[in-house]
Write a protein that binds this ligand. Structure first.
Ligand code: AVI
Length: 346
């Protein structure tokens, strides 16, 4: 699935993807305010290890990470979540840093900025934009010598519509800026192979010599563990999944009967990923007024709502290599099945 990325594309994407075979919905639409809150709850579940494992690896190895990155001045985090992972990382250095946070969700940016507000020596700039656009805008330009990356009263946050910093093809390396781009939480796993290759290549192309990339990836683990992580006994994952139908009903005038769906999570061994579906428990006629769409769901028919790819440590290094990176270091939590990889451009 390679959905459009602008917020106004929601209606267009719902109309398009629900008519494909199999019917599907891009997973980015799982994250409205309630969806994000439900995802935060998933991260607290004992069966979902990604967040805890990554925090632990960041805490355990942050000194080593910074030792690889002399003269680091800038962090760029794509999809900062609630900001806790970046906070854990920067607690490992006393060097002054600017952190650029990129996300399409204003709410997520505000939350992350709040979490980071008491991080010493850190100025935060938020960019409400798709990852690629935000990254391009940040990496193509120089934070000039007059400090036009503005801080608010607390020296933390300034929304940046990309206007305040200037294009400068040469300035960044002359100024000695060194950037670490972060893509954590195994967010890469929600991109299909083509999407992840495109995004990783874009990130690689944006890095200058001396810059680096830190990425978190969830690893292949026993199927029962994956089942519990994506279909938990408390039903939080089910609620997270079903919420996208609620969102369509609310925002686009849909008539999905939520009680006539069940959440299904299956391990797709051939593709090394967990697939999530919303399965209709009876035949039902669906109308989505806002996009003028009518269709019938058969009993047992599923709407494919998310895939979450799982990797091997070596396989992930290879994937990075295929996108223009060379690995500098990799730290894994074997018990939780999670890897953090630090890379630079080859
Ligand atoms: C955000 N992303 C990395 C999560 C994952 O594990 O793929 C989203 C998620 N979906 C169901 N549970 C969590």
């Amino acid at each position: 699935m390679t959905p459009s990325t602008t917020v106004s594309a929601f209606a267009e994407d719902v109309r398009h993807y629900l008519q494909l075979t199999p019917r599907q919905l891009p997973s980015m639409y799982l994250y409205d305010a309630l969806g994000s809150a439900l995802f935060d709850a998933i991260c607290e579940l004992p069966w979902y290890a990604i967040t805890r494992a990554e925090m632990l690896l960041l805490e355990r190895h942050r000194t080593e990470i910074f030792a690889h990155l002399p003269d680091l001045t800038r962090l760029v985090e794509l999809g900062p979540g609630d900001g806790r992972k970046l906070k854990t990382l920067v607690d490992g250095t006393s060097e002054p840093l600017i952190a650029h946070l990129v996300d399409v969700s204003a709410g997520a940016l505000a939350r992350a900025a709040h979490t980071l507000s008491d991080a010493l020596n850190l100025s935060v700039v938020t960019h409400q934009a798709p990852f690629e656009d935000g990254l391009d805008a940040i990496m193509r330009v120089e934070d000039d010598a007059f400090g036009r990356v503005e801080d608010d009263a607390f020296g933390r946050v300034e929304d940046d519509a990309f206007g305040r910093v200037e294009d400068d093809a040469f300035g960044r390396q002359e100024s000695g800026d060194r950037t670490l781009v972060l893509f954590l939480g195994s967010n890469i796993g929600n991109f299909d192979q083509r999407g992840s290759a495109t995004l990783l290549s874009r990130i690689a192309a944006s890095l200058a010599p001396g810059d680096a990339f830190l990425i978190g990836a969830d690893l292949v683990k026993p199927e029962p563990d994956l089942q519990l992580a994506y279909d938990d006994p408390l039903g939080v994952s089910a609620a997270f999944n079903l919420n996208v139908l609620l969102r369509i009903n609310r925002e686009l005038g849909g008539n999905f009967d939520l009680r006539a769906f069940r959440h299904r999570a299956v391990w797709n061994a051939a593709c090394s990923r967990m697939d999530m579906f919303l399965v209709s428990t009876r035949e039902q006629r669906v109308r989505i007024e806002g996009v003028d769409l009518d269709f019938t769901l058969r009993e047992g028919e599923g709407i494919w709502s998310e895939s979450s790819y799982k990797y091997t440590p070596d396989g992930f290094v290879k994937q990075l290599r295929d996108s223009g990176f060379e690995s500098m270091a990799q730290w894994t939590d074997r018990d939780a099945g999670f890897a953090l990889t630090l890379a630079r451009t080859a």
